[in-house]
Write a protein that binds this ligand. Structure first.
Ligand SMILES: [Zn+2]
Length: 235
């Protein structure tokens, strides 16, 4: 099994896990449920080509995790993709699961053709979703403490700006889990948006807080081009 196959497998198993399927967020007319993650898991079952499905690209970004790249035909990227470093620092760890939930939340928005979403809100909801995943495990499941926890080496220690985002997301996750459909308000999500805007890696979003992306959609393959290596998932 190569790194791409390993990563695709972990995406599918994480998204179809009970704790991920329990995630529910409702903000005005925008909702996130387990079905959205199941859709992304299904997209990852297909052997991706240049038209449909979701691919994994191994790129040396110098980063420690994965990112989600929306399709950008002008840049020669016709389908949405998870992008992972050639040597991912968190491979196979619980942190990688949380990152997968985070990036898959972005992907689930990208899958909704024509959805216009402010980039800061998109980011805040992705942090909220991975914080909910962190809280929805069963007893004995791994859990991350955003106040005192650290990511595994060789990742750098979390900065205060990073913790501020994770703590804001964790606080709202606790509230949302206790409410029907995970209903949250604009005022509540803005607390996470502000923490995101104050993190240096999101300086571009702070400079342009009205930046809005419109989703292009992620189509599932219609031909039975299932990767033989993952066929067992369908049984
Ligand atoms: Zn994100």
């Amino acid at each position: 099994m190569n790194e791409t196959q390993r990563f695709r497998g972990l995406v599918r198993s994480t998204l179809m896990s009970i704790r991920c399927q329990k995630i529910a967020i409702s903000l005005d007319t925008l909702t996130i449920t387990g079905t959205d993650y199941a859709y992304i898991a299904l997209a990852m079952l297909e052997r991706p080509d240049n038209v449909v499905g979701m691919s994994v690209r191994a790129e040396n970004q110098g980063g420690a995790s994965a990112s989600m790249r929306p399709s950008n035909p002008a840049a020669g990227q016709p389908i949405a993709a998870f992008s992972i470093p050639i040597k991912p620092w968190f491979a196979g760890t619980y942190h990688e699961e949380m990152i997968i939930v985070h990036e898959s939340t972005h992907a689930s928005f990208e899958a909704r053709t024509g959805l216009a979403l402010r980039a800061l809100t998109n980011e805040a909801l992705a942090y909220l979703a991975d914080a909910m995943y962190n809280k929805l495990g069963s007893p004995g499941d791994p859990v991350f403490d955003p106040v005192n926890g650290e990511r595994p080496p060789p990742a750098k220690k979390l900065t205060q700006e990073s913790r501020n985002v994770l703590i804001a997301a964790s606080n709202l996750a606790r509230l949302a889990i206790g409410r029907p459909n995970g209903t949250i308000t604009r005022a509540e999500i803005s607390v996470i948006e502000n923490a995101v805007a104050n993190h240096p890696i999101y300086a571009d979003l702070k400079a342009n807080p009205s930046l809005t992306d419109t989703s292009r959609g992620i189509r599932l393959a219609r031909t039975p081009s299932i990767d033989p290596a993952v066929r067992h998932v369908l049984r």
